[in-house]
Design a protein around this ligand. Structure first.
Ligand code: NDP
Length: 336
């Protein structure tokens, strides 16, 4: 059994030496347990938060502890009446090749219904985050303009495509020409701008001639600064993520924008609402039904970025925080 543990808490951006790979004996299941072989590990931005000691909405990973993460795994041995060897499950087994489970929180996956990796992306937590945040908080209406950054990733790509299904105009923000072409041509967003362009505020203005009604906030930083002046009265802002600042401890550069922001929140009646996707757990059945239908109809497309081997996970994770992934980032841990 190989596993990747947190070797040190990062100072700013994570570096490879913050992780350590370990070889340990494979565990054996006791009565009521199953042994899982991890096939695919999901790498997600929230893992950056788990590497810090600071208290957040979830407990941190301990130094020396196995890095946390969602996984698709195969049951290889079972002493649990509800699971049989060969079954494929969605689990939270972390960055390791094998794990024990007592069955709590597992969801059985049917490979005949959808590629099982989609349970970590478009048909899983990131897709659900987009669905719940956009529909429950953003509430798009036909003709409105919806802006989302990290638009080629699993959350942003679903936000824009669902917005279009609801009759809204989708404007994506991405880093780089390949992602821009993909989001515009493959995903069908109405407009896309590159956040590394020298004139981001001007380009975004050009892409949103009628202002912004919903800003689905994934990144913060310079993107938020460009979006803010374009927000319309009654704009809704589901605050989903702030990836541009996950490795920053502050103080943040530039003048204090808070008084100006609060004045605009008041005078333009903005709705600014942070959320963690699991708050909307009651909407998961509707999500599975709607999203599976949209994928089948070709109205929602998705892209995966798969790296090979558990040992590749730290570099791939570090790269994602800097935008080097292109699509839902997955690690193929075992061929199964
Ligand atoms: P992605 O696969 O899209 O990867 C992150 C992307 O963020 C990068 O590829 C990069 O894309 C972009 N990015 C990184 N730094 C910056 C920056 N400084 N400015 C602009 N863009 C940047 O991630 P996900 O789709 O999995 O997650 C998107 C967001 O949703 C994250 O903030 C995440 O934390 C949040 N999230 C929140 C949840 C919740 O419950 N609230 C649940 C799941 C995710 P590019 O190259 O295009 O810039």
């Amino acid at each position: 059994n190989r596993r990747i543990v947190l070797a040190a808490r990062p100072q700013g951006r994570p570096v490879p030496s913050d992780f350590r790979i370990e070889e340990v004996p494979a565990p054996t299941p006791r009565e009521g347990e199953i042994l899982l072989q991890v096939l695919t590990l999901s790498l997600d931005p929230y893992m950056r938060g788990r590497m810090d000691a600071a208290k957040s909405y979830a407990a941190p990973v301990e130094v020396g502890g196995v890095m946390e993460g969602g996984t698709v795994a195969k049951v290889v041995a079972s002493r649990h009446p509800g699971f049989a060897p060969g079954e494929i499950v969605l689990s939270h087994s972390g960055w390791q090749t094998y794990a024990l489970s007592d069955g709590t929180g597992l969801r059985k996956l049917d490979p005949a219904q959808a590629p099982v990796s989609t349970a970590l992306g478009v048909l899983g937590m990131p897709g659900f985050t987009a669905y719940a945040g956009l529909l429950a908080i953003g509430r798009p209406k036909p003709g409105e303009t919806v802006v989302v950054a990290a638009a080629s990733g699993p959350v942003g790509s679903a936000v824009g495509q669902i917005a279009r299904i609801k009759g809204a105009r989708a404007v994506g923000i991405v880093g780089g020409a390949d992602k821009l072409a993909f989001v515009r041509d493959e995903l069908g967003f109405d407009a896309v701008v590159d956040h590394r362009a020298p004139d981001l505020p001007g380009q975004l203005h050009g892409a949103c001639p009628e202002g912004i009604d919903i800003y689905f906030e994934n990144v913060g930083g310079a993107v938020w600064d460009a979006v803010f002046p374009l927000l319309n009265t009654f704009a809704r802002i589901p605050v989903c993520g702030l990836i541009a600042q996950y490795s920053e401890a502050g103080p943040f550069p530039g003048p204090d924008r808070l008084p100006l922001m609060m004045r605009q929140v008041l005078t333009k009646s903005f709705t600014l609402r942070g959320f963690i996707q699991r708050e909307f757990a009651d909407q998961r059945p509707a999500f599975y039904r709607d999203m599976a239908g949209w994928i089948a109809d070709g109205r929602v497309r998705y892209r995966e970025d798969v790296v090979d081997g558990l040992e590749a996970a730290p570099q791939a994770f570090i790269g994602m925080l800097e935008g080097r992934n292109f699509g839902k980032l997955l690690v193929r841990v075992s061929a199964g």
